[in-house]
Design a protein around this ligand. Structure first.
Ligand code: MBD
Ligand code: FE
Length: 257
């Protein structure tokens, strides 16, 4: 479809969908003004990325997963940092956090043909035991609880860290106010972020969640899917987070319907 025709088709359908909702609920002028003020406030306070994470980003993620094939993707979230250090056995952390429940991130990366992806880079990042992110929130050295893992010749990775906890997304701003006004909360289940890159391959972004954890069934960002919930498994007191990834080539993208 030509560029212009596609923009027209997508935008017209979005507008039709919104108009239908406005009619359905007989939205008043007062409510319309509140909505307009809300949008201006969200822009002014740079809260639009978070708002989009909560409302629409998961939809685009699902579409990408459908178009690309391979493992299902997840939201990237706002806290990826490009320049994490390469780690070989454990993510750097504060000394006082060493006593928290350990977790072992391990698994295997393959292509769509089932062959191992050697020397792929897996960026992993997760919250501190207080539900904060290094380099973003105050007081935590920026390289803690983050790292780039490089897969071995068999596509495997294996790195130690400590368990994150459920995390409350920033809720002092307009997005938090909207969730509260809707009677919703702003919690995400404990999660680990992954970003996998290798030359010529599609960059795959994912998250892992913990079976039975708080908010797994009720993520405010609606990102959790069954495939990303890791079954409870403990070896010598260490929570095993075993996740395999199947990554398409950058050129393997399926044709849009
Ligand atoms: C997060 O840590 C996150 O993962 C998402 C998706 C949104 C806000 C904060
Ligand atoms: Fe996160």
């Amino acid at each position: 479809m030509a560029y212009e025709a596609r923009i027209n088709a997508v935008v017209s359908d979005i507008v039709d969908g919104v108009r239908a909702a406005l009619f359905k609920h007989d939205v008043t002028f007062d409510e319309y003004r509140v909505a307009l003020a809300f949008l201006l406030d969200a822009f002014e306070k740079n809260d639009v990325p978070l708002l989009m994470d909560v409302l629409f980003n998961t939809t685009i993620v699902k579409i990408e997963g459908k178009l690309m094939g391979g493992s299902k993707p997840s939201l990237e979230g706002p806290y990826y940092l490009e320049n994490a250090a390469v780690v070989t056995d454990r993510l750097p952390m504060r000394d006082e956090d060493q006593h928290h429940t350990a977790m072992q991130l391990r698994g295997r990366v393959t292509g769509m043909d089932g062959r191992p992806l050697a020397r792929a880079t897996i960026d992993v990042w997760h919250s501190t035991p207080e539900g904060r992110y290094s380099g973003i929130h105050d007081g935590i050295p920026p390289h803690y609880y983050r790292g780039k893992i490089v897969t071995d010749a068999d596509g495997r990775y294996n790195v130690r860290s400590i368990m994150p906890i459920p995390y409350q997304i920033p809720n002092e701003g307009p997005t938090g106010a909207l969730l509260t006004a809707m009677g919703r909360h702003s919690w995400r289940p404990a999660h680990v972020h992954y970003k996998i890159s290798a030359p010529g391959m599609h960059t795959h972004i994912s998250q892992a969640y913990f079976e039975g954890g708080a908010y797994v069934e009720d993520d405010c960002c609606e990102d959790v899917c069954e495939e990303h919930v890791v079954a409870e498994k403990v070896e010598d007191g260490v929570r095993i987070v075993e996740v395999d990834f199947v990554i398409p080539k950058a050129t393997e993208k399926a044709q849009a319907a």
